[in-house]
Every structure is written in C-alpha cells, then in structure tokens.
Design a protein around this ligand. Structure first.
Ligand code: NAP
Length: 312
C-alpha cells in the first residue's frame, strides 16, 4: 500500500489561520507584531525568500519592514543596524537573511540579534534553551517538521528517530526537538558508516542532506514515517531518469522548464514508507508559516504573554 502523504500545504495553512487569529487579538489590544527583515545585496534566491516572508507577514496582519544594505556592507555597519532594530520596541522579530557576503562576520551578526527577537532561533542563547528543553525561539524548518508529525498524529515518544544531516539550521535542532519529545534519536552525517542499515532502524526518518533522491528504498523500514527536507533542482537528464522515469507529469515539467524540484528522498520510497512528506508541498511551506508563528510568539513573550499559537 503506498504511503500516506503528509500535506505540508494544508498544515501550513492551518497554522497561518491560527497566527492570523492571534495577530487580530493582539492588534485589537493595541499591539501589532512587527518583523524586520535584513537582506544584504542582490542574491536572487534570497530576494525570492524575503519577498515570500514579507508577503506572508502582510497577509497575516504582521507589520513588516525590509532593510537592504548594499553587497559591500561592513560587519560594523550591519551591527549598527541590528543594534537599532534591537532598541526599537515596535520590532518583535529580526531576521537576517543568509548567506551574508564573505567580508561580513555572519556569526557575530547572528550573536548580535536580541535573543528575544531572534525569530530564526539561531542565537546561541536560543540554541541553549532548545538543548536544555526550556521555552525559547526554535528554528523554523525543524519547528515545522515537528508540527507535521504532531498534527498528523505520528507517535514520537519512544520511537526510533534517525536524522540524516547535522547542520545547525536543520539537522541538529530537529534531533534536539525529537529527543525533547522523547524519541530515541540517532544523528547521521557524511562520515556515518553503514548509513542504509542505520536509517532502516528508524520509525521516523528525517532526510536533511542536500542530495537529490539519495534516500532509496533500501534505507527505509517498511511502514516508517519519512520527512524529506531536501530541496534540490534536478537539471541533468540522466539524474532525472534515475528519479522520475515513467512519470509523465514530471516529464512535462522537466521538458518545459529544464529542471524539476526533488527532495533528498527517492520517489520510489512512497512504496515502502507508511507516511511521507512530498517535495514540493511537504516541509517547504512549513518554514514561512513557522516564521510567522515565531514572530507572534516573540511579540507575546516580549510583552509577557505566552503564545496562544501552538508550538512544536
Ligand atoms: P547542509 O548544511 O549542507 O548539511 C547537510 C548535511 O548532510 C551535513 O551534515 C552533511 O554531513 C550531510 N551529508 C552530506 N552528504 C551526505 C552523505 N552522502 N551521507 C550522509 N550525510 C551526508 O544542509 P542544510 O542546510 O541542513 O539543508 C539540507 C537540505 O534541506 C538541503 O537540500 C536544503 O536545500 C534543504 N532545506 C530545506 C528547507 C525547507 O524549508 N524545506 C530549509 C532548509 C534547508 P557533514 O556534516 O559530515 O558534512
């Protein structure tokens, strides 16, 4: 039997509706949550992401503002901007779009963001809160993964979870959230031996690798829940054939656009998994939804009210 598809678009729109309701309540009490986005230079992918974040804020009633320092900005100039945003009371969330240009000390910039306004959850203080299981701001993609699992009623406590990928943005925080939810967690990376066998232990398998279709059926225990975080553009015909041979819809996209989006999980896994997130339409839509949720949560925490918006 093919896997249940975990619909990230549907879950993200539920969360957005909850966020919009919370914003409405706050705004009628005289507090409109505010998000500041810092976009340095003209990286085309970053410009698209920032446009999506600003648009989403507007749709949900969150006040947003965009700061666009030039590509050659110095660390000191950016630190001054961050200090100003930290000081301004009407700003609840500060997001610095990554990557930053090479002359900028990115770690120093992320450390300068007030942890109470750190809606990306990258500040070491929020990382510490997460690892000690205390309330704080949690990175958006991992928080979105937990919402998919919880809202799809996938059991977590006592389950074996395997996370492939150990980045600070996805792999590590996801593993931490899973262990905080009482899963037994293994973190894998490029030096892990016998990766397919380790992955086959998983009741919940999270793939955050950045390699198109690497997780094939031999990595997956029958019936497991598979969360595919990967977002890879396939442009090579031979690779396309390995992943999508016989898939007429994908063939059409590939022929007209010259590329197609694929996760880190091979499409054949749908035949073995119990439940799986699709790409596109799985984890992707959750990331912006959780950014919106984090902004409202930051506003509520800063102003002494715990969030009404449900949390990972
Ligand atoms: P990253 O920083 O490049 O980390 C990739 C991780 O995968 C590293 O820990 C690396 O191991 C591991 N890895 C690479 N090749 C491997 C292999 N052959 N076997 C086992 N492990 C391997 O990537 P990331 O930022 O975490 O992102 C991962 C993927 O998620 C990317 O496709 C990215 O586009 C996507 N993503 C999606 C969203 C979303 O909203 N859907 C958000 C963020 C990221 P080492 O540490 O040993 O190098």
């Amino acid at each position: 039997m093919p896997a249940v598809i975990l619909d990230g678009n549907k879950i993200a729109s539920e969360i957005r509706a909850e966020v919009a309701a919370a914003v409405k309540t706050m705004t009628s009490a005289g507090i409109q949550p505010g998000l500041a986005v810092v976009l340095v230079g003209h990286n085309p992918a970053s410009e698209i992401y920032v446009r999506g974040k600003v648009k989403s804020s507007e749709e949900l009633g969150i006040r947003s503002e965009k700061h666009t320092p030039p590509e050659n900005v110095s660390t000191e100039e950016l630190l001054r901007l961050i200090a100003d945003l930290n000081r301004r009371d009407e700003i609840d969330g500060i997001l610095v779009q990554l990557p930053l240009p090479p002359q900028v000390d990115a770690k120093k910039i992320l450390r300068a963001v007030d942890p109470a306004k750190d809606v990306d959850g990258f500040h070491p203080m929020n990382v510490g809160f997460l690892s000690t299981n205390q309330p704080g701001l949690v990175p958006c993609t991992p928080a979105g993964i937990m919402e998919i699992l919880k809202r799809s009623r996938i059991p977590i406590a006592g389950q074996e979870a395997v996370v492939v990928g150990r980045s600070d943005i996805v792999g590590k925080p996801t593993a931490m959230l899973l262990v905080n939810a009482n899963a037994t967690v293994t973190i894998c990376h490029s030096k892990t031996r016998a990766l397919p066998a380790v992955c086959r232990r998983a009741d919940i398998l999270v793939a955050a690798i950045g390699r198109a279709g690497m997780i094939t059926r031999e990595f997956v225990k029958p019936g497991a829940t598979v969360i595919d975080v990967g977002m890879n553009q396939v442009t090579d015909r031979a690779q396309f054939e390995r992943l999508f041979a016989g898939n007429a819809k994908r063939e059409e996209t590939f022929r007209t656009k010259g590329s197609t989006l694929v996760g880190d999980v091979h499409p054949e896994v749908v035949e073995v998994a119990g439940a799986i997130t699709p790409v596109p339409g799985g984890v992707g839509p959750m990331t912006i939804a959780m950014l919106m949720s984090n902004t409202v949560r930051a506003a509520q925490l800063r102003r002494g009210r715990e969030s009404a918006v449900s949390r990972a």
